[in-house]
Design a protein around this ligand. Sequence first.
Ligand SMILES: *Cc1c(COP(=O)(O)O)cnc(C)c1O
Ligand SMILES: [Zn+2]
Length: 416
Amino acid sequence: MAKVLGLRCRECGQEYGVVPNHVCEMCFGPLEVRYDYEEIGHRISRTSIESGPPSIWRYKDLLPIDGEPTVGLNCGWTPLVRAERLGRELGLRNLYLKNDSVNHPTLSFKDRVVSVALTKAREFGYEVVACASTGNLANSVAAHAAEGGFTSYIFIPDNLELGKVLGTLVYGANVLAVSGNYDEVNRLCAEAVGKYNWAFVNINLRPYYGDGSKTFGYEIAEQLGWRAPDHIVVPCAGGSLMSKTYKGLNELAQLGIIPPVKTKMYAAQASGCSPITTAIKTKSDVIRPVKPNTIAKSIAIGNPADGYYAIDTVRKSGGWAEDVTDDEVIEGIKLLGRTEGIFTETAGGVTVAVARKLVEQGRLPADELVVLAITGNGLKTQEAVTDCLSQPMHIQPNLTSLKEAIGLQRQAALSV
Ligand SMILES: *Cc1c(COP(=O)(O)O)cnc(C)c1O
Ligand SMILES: [Zn+2]
């Protein structure tokens, strides 16, 4: 028996087979993967999952592939970190970080979606893979294409951080830097889908790609000892991670693997690109597309593909949303670094800063279990903090010079 029944339109319910397509021909609604949960229920249990590999593939029975994984075998199973010191700063006594800044191999949560999408691309028989990206997806598609022996075409806005660009080129990808923002890049790719027989992971493979994000929710629940947390704060770009993390938790509950889910979901964005959080805060169902202007480039999507579903997830879970300025993003990055020893990129700074705001608003209570989604690595967005950190102490290679420098530093510390 197959666990994947096909695709289904999220709007009108029209059903399709297992095909590389993302929009409904009847109503233009987005398609999602349809699973046979009864069949899956016969296959998995806590024990079967626990005996699986330390990667996203321990949840293989809940992922939209037919055979064995062929790309991204070591992705996922990232640390869930108890964050006491950050918690003390924020006023949270039960705080955890889901640390995808150390995901394998390209240090962001995008390795989850790409491992699934490229395994599916291989099952469909594609030889060329592609994507429209704000940076992390570019890195991940390029790396996994190299690993899997695919040719890759990677479309990015031409103003990305150097780390994101180098971290794509190094894998031998064909990189197209488009003069325009992400939404313009994405529109170009949507046109190109019809012209080239390529697997665009976030366009024609989007239903399969999106379900890779469910593993973020599965791992949080398993790492907490098979239960869902009270609150999760998630940075939103296209909005897929938000709704799929929640979907993952609810699937586990539906299968009887964890108790019913009462988790409240919170969307985090930068104020310079906040179509999702603005809609939630103004209690609107309509996403008003914006032109992004923020240092948080990895989540700077002005017209989010899954924006409506992100809003819906926040609302039905009883959560909320906030956005923060670029200065607050930098403070968030530095706060996480100095309290927990984790260097996150701008999207992680957004999450930490939004969490602080939500605590101040009384939405994240001090004793409840809160998880922050740390989704990317700070070494890729060094520009964001280059001018905002103290400088190294320059000394000569002798003890006198060392003593002098430490004396000066102590004085400086005292005078603060
Ligand atoms: C892509 C990305 C997100 C958000 O992803 P969506 O599923 O598109 O909302 C969050 N954080 C980082 C670092 C990302 O690269
Ligand atoms: Zn439809």
